[in-house]
Design a binder for this molecule. Sequence first.
Ligand SMILES: Cc1cc2nc3c(=O)[nH]c(=O)nc-3n(C[C@H](O)[C@H](O)[C@H](O)COP(=O)(O)OP(=O)(O)OC[C@H]3O[C@@H](n4cnc5c(N)ncnc54)[C@H](O)[C@@H]3O)c2cc1C
Length: 309
Amino acid sequence: MLEPRPMALTSEQRAEIEAQRNEPQLTSRPTVPAMEKLLFTPIEVLDHGFLRVVDYMGDDGAVVQAARVSYGRGTKKVSEDAGLIRYLMRHRHSTPFEMCEIKFHVKLPVFVARQWIRHRMASVNEYSARYSILDREFYLPALDQVASQSASNRQGRSEALDPETAERVLEILRRDASQCYDDYESMLDPEGTGLARELARMNLTLNTYTQWYWKIDLHNLMHFLALRADPHAQYEIRVYAEKMIELLHAWVPATAAAFEEYRRGAFTFSAGMLNVVRRRLAGEAVTQETSGLSKREWIEMNDILEPEA
Ligand SMILES: Cc1cc2nc3c(=O)[nH]c(=O)nc-3n(C[C@H](O)[C@H](O)[C@H](O)COP(=O)(O)OP(=O)(O)OC[C@H]3O[C@@H](n4cnc5c(N)ncnc54)[C@H](O)[C@@H]3O)c2cc1C
């Protein structure tokens, strides 16, 4: 559910958002009623983070319009348009999706921002900690997310720690972040060292929150979402991606449905995997040893073909 989160903001920030929401613009451009309802409103993510749409351009019709290079809206029957969008997605005809854009305001922990910024096909403007003082706000995971290192996946986490150990971890995280922030403040204090903001910030912990404006086209947004809403992505970035997928459904429902079908819900078989599938369909009992696949590929293929096994 896309829940607005008024408490994450100061009363001034809330008033600014409200004022913007109460100033409807006259436009001949296509708009999406579901997005107009959500525009500017922060959606809660993690403990202090949020995501809000501050602007968008285009809709499903814009994708169709570009694909048909038409003069007017370019849309035909809803079913025909949806069919065209599914065709474009299925065959990776990506440029029509680049005709739509969306701009987010995101508040996120620094360590999540480091993963997010790897997606280069976006325009970003981040809150300047050289110019401004960062807020005393740190991400602390919920108890059930304080988990042990995964033994099978070096990049992942496993079961949640027992509550007592998890509390101890949270206490360490809370204490260190607070201590570092106290020192940050005292270094900034003109009565103390009067250190420049651009230097004092290096003392802050990676769970400190930052903010940015992030603008991306629909094609690259779906690439980001396919990677970051995937179970292999870290939970803390995945939760943002999952909220963005809800927004995608509100913004461009036909494109979002095609994305779920051909990207998020799909799996690419290698030539070797397809060969195994064909041999199995012909009745052969293929094993990993006779498959020509590596152990890892074998497991990945079988996880897809027999998820319950
Ligand atoms: C689960 C997961 C684990 C990861 N682990 C690591 C890790 O351990 N270490 C690490 O360093 N990174 C890691 N990454 C980051 C990953 O390698 C990519 O950098 C990140 O996902 C961005 O992908 P991208 O380059 O496709 O996206 P974008 O930068 O948004 O680019 C989109 C597409 O544009 C094209 N493109 C963009 N820039 C260029 C360019 N300069 N040259 C050619 N083509 C370009 C490419 O086709 C690219 O796919 C991880 C990512 C995920 C999802």
